[in-house]
Design a protein. Structure first.
Length: 618
């Protein structure tokens, strides 16, 4: 994988260089042309003094024999006055007729007058030489504009590839990714193994009359290895892998996306069997909104082209289209119909053992001293594969910055905290009053959480500002939990109110602050969900009161709920919150001395670790 990256950057660098060379030559050429066109005019300006006169003045002057030469050129006459001897500049009179009129048969004939009269009949040539600078400028503008556009769209090769798809083609051998490179994800791999079979031996499926699947959609949160898995399918089946991102289809010109799709599929057909991978397919495959605008049209055209191409596959087209998105819910139903992306594979966040394996894969080529991968894996709940890779890399960067030759566990912890809590911002100053309130507030969360049975352990309490937050109390789940019990939710509500309750107990009802707003928001959300979605209260009933989300309006569509029920729900939510708050107040009042002690320690130390916190309760 590193290999592939290196190769790609090299390639683009080279292209860039070529490109800027041609640009340089082009610019030189243009400047030379403009100069060449201008210089004769500059010379003229030095040599002659020109005055524009009326036609009859010219005739009069001619009759008086003032001119040595008259050059008649379609609608322009240039008459050179007989100059005084020794003059460095010649004086000329110029007559210009409105375009369309011609001076060609001007009746300037007088045998007594020695004027050299030249009638040039090169009107058409004149036209071109007159237009030439304009035409050149026009072409120049077009060319510069095109260069700019292609630069913006990241195109590096030549102008004509603009309309072509810019799909990346991975080298079958060098950039190979195999299933074994993707840690965990066993179920996903199992499902994808079928696709590999199709690509490897399509005949087996055709002989028995099976229809070859067209499209496979990988759905999951960002960084869970969707791209990796798609590439691994290509690697395992040893077929070319054409990859493009949905956003790359949608350019600023209508029609470009569709033409790129055509090109992409044409290329793939030439290489078949092959995999076309469309990353971020939601960028083009969004539900069709009743909106308007060029962007909308462009997206729709691109999407239609993809659908058309996929419909055009026959059973001998050995191309599998794979798409990845983290939002399958926004995809147009047309994309998900049979014969299109009819297979959906959910790629989940890694579980505990997956995380351990992913960490190990990423640690492989890094100089890590000794690391308890299991412990780190259990700390990194909700981390995606990409986050885990990032964590190891961040640790390596921190170590290098400290001029260390290996990565120690301390650095890994540092990287972990940095990623989760944001960078330490010691510079942000709080006044003492704010600091004190923050400390008591945070200890409120920690204390209530610790005293209630169904909560996660406290990992750290801190009043070091990070990411603009004045302080945090950080609870860490011991293991992945997908289900939350009613008891846990209730304890969590009290824990959330621990902060505000502490403010009230120690600083008085009038001095509570805005610091609790996030806590209140979260608590309200939980309490409401408990009542309206999880059916956790018998008196309200096990019924969904929220309804489906409507994707057009972005609002929940309420099912038919009577006013009475709505009132009941509102009252229930209020009661739950009130009860939870009272529990928090009671616990803090009962443990006032301990609360003060921990808060004062926190003020002095700014951070209290898991062990230090547990020690207070030993
Ligand atoms: P997605 O396409 O789902 O956003 P990617 O496939 O681009 O995720 O993964 C991003 C990076 O995260 C990969 O390059 C890899 O380093 C790491 N990664 C993600 N999942 C895994 C995994 N299961 N095993 C190993 N590395 C992983
Ligand atoms: Mg990806
Ligand atoms: Zn709080």
């Amino acid at each position: 994988m590193n290999l592939k990256n290196k190769k790609n950057t090299k390639k683009t660098l080279k292209n860039k260089k070529n490109n800027s060379n041609t640009t340089g030559i082009g610019v030189l050429f243009a400047v030379a042309l403009i100069l060449a066109l201008l210089i004769p005019h500059l010379k003229d300006a030095q040599k002659y003094v020109d005055t524009e006169i009326a036609l009859n003045t010219l005739e009069l002057n001619f009759q008086e024999g003032k001119y040595s030469e008259i050059l008649i050129d379609w609608n322009k006459a240039v008459a050179t006055l007989i100059s005084a001897t020794g003059a460095t500049q010649e004086e000329r009179n110029i007559v210009i007729l409105p375009a369309g009129d011609s001076l060609k048969d001007l009746g300037l004939k007088n045998p007594e007058i020695q004027t050299n009269i030249v009638v040039k009949d090169n009107s058409s040539k004149q036209f071109w030489s007159g237009m030439l600078p304009t035409i050149i400028l026009f072409i120049l503008f077009l060319w510069v504009g095109f260069l700019l556009i292609s630069k913006m769209s990241g195109m590096t090769n030549n102008a004509m590839t603009f309309w072509k798809s810019r799909a990346k083609l991975y080298d079958k051998d060098k950039d190979k990714v195999l299933f074994k490179d993707v840690a965990g994800a066993e179920e996903e791999k199992e499902e994808l193994a079928e696709v590999v079979q199709f690509l490897k031996n399509p005949k087996k499926f055709k002989d028995i009359g099976a229809k070859i699947p067209r499209g496979t959609l990988l759905v999951g949160p960002p960084g869970t290895g969707k791209t990796m898995l798609a590439r691994a399918v290509a690697g395992e089946s040893n077929v070319p892998f054409l990859s493009i991102s949905g956003s790359e289809f949608v350019e600023m010109f209508v029609g470009v996306g569709a033409s790129r799709v055509r090109d992409l599929f044409t290329n793939a057909k030439k290489m078949a069997p092959a995999i076309i991978f469309i990353d971020e397919i939601d960028a083009i495959g969004k539900k069709r909104w009743p909106g308007t605008g060029w962007w909308h049209d462009e997206r729709e055209q691109t999407l239609n082209q993809i659908l058309t191409e996929m419909d055009g596959f026959d059973n001998d087209t050995n191309i599998i289209v794979m798409g990845a998105t983290n939002r399958a819910d926004v995809l147009d139903k047309a994309l998900l119909r049979p014969g299109r992306f009819d297979r959906k594979i959910t790629v989940n966040l890694p579980n505990l053992s997956d995380r351990e394996q992913i960490l190990q894969i990423h640690a492989k080529n890094k100089k890590i001293q000794k690391l308890d991968y299991k412990a780190l894996a259990s700390k990194t709940v909700w981390f995606s594969g990409a986050d885990l890779g990032n964590l190891i890399n961040e640790a390596a960067i921190i170590s290098a910055r400290h001029n260390e030759t290996t990565i120690s566990e301390v650095r890994v912890t540092e990287a972990f905290e940095r990623i989760v809590m944001g960078m330490r911002k010691k510079s942000q100053v709080m006044n003492d009053e704010e600091k004190k309130i923050t400390a008591y507030h945070e200890v409120g969360h920690a204390l209530v959480g610790k005293l209630l049975p169904n909560t996660d352990p406290v990992h750290k309490v801190s009043i070091v500002s990070r990411w603009g937050a004045l302080g945090v109390t950080w609870f860490l789940p011991e293991r992945d939990k997908l289900l939350v019990s009613k008891a846990k939710y209730l304890d969590e509500l009290s824990t959330l109110f621990g902060g505000r309750a502490a403010e009230e107990v120690f600083f008085g009802k009038e001095n509570i602050t805005t610091w609790a707003s996030n806590d209140i928001e979260r608590a309200t959300e939980i309490a409401r969900s408990m009542v309206t979605r999880y059916g956790m209260f018998e008196d309200i009933g096990t019924e969904n009161f929220e309804g489906e989300m409507d994707h057009y309006s972005g609002q929940a569509q309420r099912p038919y709920v009577s006013d009475d029920t709505i009132k009941q729900i509102d009252k229930k939510v209020k009661d739950i919150l009130k009860a939870a708050y009272n529990i928090a107040i009671q616990l803090i009042k009962d443990n006032k001395d301990l609360h003060i002690k921990i808060s004062e320690d926190l003020l002095a130390k700014e951070e209290i670790s898991e062990e230090e916190f547990s020690a207070y309760f030993a």
